[in-house]
Structure formats: C-alpha cells, structure tokens
Design a protein around this ligand. Structure first.
Ligand SMILES: *Cc1c(COP(=O)(O)O)cnc(C)c1O
Length: 241
C-alpha cells in the first residue's frame, strides 16, 4: 500500500530538513545535495509524487521493474531522471542503457564494455557512476577500492560513457554506534578516493552518491552530493521475490 501524496510531501519536506541541518553542520550549501527518491518495489505513482513534489530523479534497483514503471508514469513526470542503483548484469546492459538516464552501479570492466557498446549503438552518451565497495563489505557489490583507478581509467576512455563520479553503500551490522562509525569511515574513504583520482586524472568526478534513510547525515558530512532515500519517503518495503 502506497501512502497518499500529502503524506509523501510531508515526508519529503522532513528529509529535506534533515539534509539542510546536516549541510549547515558541515558548512555546505543545501543545494549541493540532491534527494533521489528510491521507488523500487513501489508503484508508478511513487515516481509521479516525486516529480510532483519537484524532485528531479528516482532510483530503481532492477532493470525490468524500472523499465515497466517508467512507462506507467504520468506525462507530467516525463522530466524525471531514472537512475539504476542496483547490481547490473552484462546481459541487461543494453536495456539499462536504453531506458535509464544514468547507471550508478558500474563495477567492472566487462560492464563498462557492454554499456559503452550499447550506448554507442543507441547513439547516446550514457552518464555513469562507478560503484566502489569502499566499506570492504563482503556482502556488497562494487569494485574494490584498489581497483578503482584502473576501472576509472578504462571508463574515461569510453567514447559513449560520461563518468560523473562514484557510488557506495555503507555496510550494515553491529550495534548502531558501530554501524555509524563504519558508515562514516566508508563515506570518508570514498570522498578521499574521489579527491585523489580527480586530481590524478584531471577530471571533476563531482557526484558522490552515498547515504540512505539511516545514514544520510553521515554521508552529507563526508561530502555526499546525492542521497538515495526509499524507506523514509515511502515506508517499509515488502521483501522482494
Ligand atoms: C534500496 C536502496 C536504497 C534506499 O534505502 P532506504 O534505506 O530505503 O532509504 C538506497 N540505495 C540503494 C543502492 C538501494 O538499493
């Protein structure tokens, strides 16, 4: 069951307020942090509400679900950017390149090859983020930090891809205090990696996609430019099959 639009608007305002407080504490400008509404498992109306509220982007973690949902959104939501935030298999790269405006979960050279070829065939330049397992979480996808420079070098050489920056997911587990400490280390590590690689390769790599419902303040403190929020906007998800 999806909440109604008024409830969505209240929750979105509460998240923007959390972002504003975190920005103020970090001496950052609020407009530098975008809110990405994570609509996975929710119906197309979830994306319509994000658009109606004025958000510019939604995130999905499965290609097929995102493609179908996007086709069901209202004409007034046409300006929304659709971003793939979940693991992508090479055999779905073409579909993803066709229907998503950015892929955040690029974590291998093989995937770069597939996405570049597909984008070329589609005659588009596809924006991507490189997903880095900056928290060294064995349960998470993402390239290892030690492979990031090589992966970036390959990505920057792709004619049909545009590398906007990096994405990471903080590891779960432990007490709340341990989880928070680990999240902060993860986010700071990705920020440092970005700063180092941007300097080394002479590129901007502006986007740092990090922070979710439970840890967005920690991510903003570490330099996040894009927080991906599902639960705090739409409520708890039912388990995905
Ligand atoms: C589901 C998901 C989110 C949203 O998480 P919440 O805790 O519901 O805010 C963010 N990022 C990724 C990669 C996800 O899969």
């Amino acid at each position: 069951m999806l909440i109604d639009y008024e409830e969505f608007a209240r929750r979105a305002a509460a998240i923007r307020a959390r972002i504003a407080v975190a920005c103020a504490a970090a001496g950052r400008v609020e407009s530098d942090v975008e809110l990405l509404a994570v609509t996975k498992t929710h119906p197309a109306a979830a994306a319509d509400w994000a658009a109606r509220y004025g958000l510019r982007a939604v995130g999905e973690n499965r290609v097929q679900e995102g493609v179908e949902k996007r086709a069901l959104t209202a004409p007034a939501s046409a300006h929304l950017r659709w971003e793939l935030i979940g693991h992508l298999q090479s055999n779905k790269a073409r579909l993803a390149a066709q229907h998503f405006d950015r892929v955040q979960s690029v974590d291998s050279e093989k995937l770069l090859n597939h996405l570049d070829r597909a984008a070329g065939e589609l005659g588009k330049k596809l924006p991507v983020l490189l997903q880095i397992n900056a928290g060294q979480d064995p349960a998470k996808f993402g390239a290892e930090t030690s492979d990031a420079a090589r992966l970036l070098e390959v990505a920057l050489a792709k004619p049909h891809l545009r590398v906007d920056g990096f994405m990471t997911i903080a590891p779960l587990g432990g007490t709340p205090a341990e989880t928070a400490a680990h999240a902060t280390r993860t986010f700071q590590a990705l920020r440092q990696l970005r700063d180092d690689l941007a300097a080394r390769f002479g590129v901007s790599l502006r986007e740092l996609s990090m922070g979710m419902t439970g840890d967005l303040e920690l991510a903003v403190a570490a330099g996040s430019t894009l927080v991906r929020v599902g639960t705090a906007l739409y409520g708890a998800r039912e388990a995905q099959p």
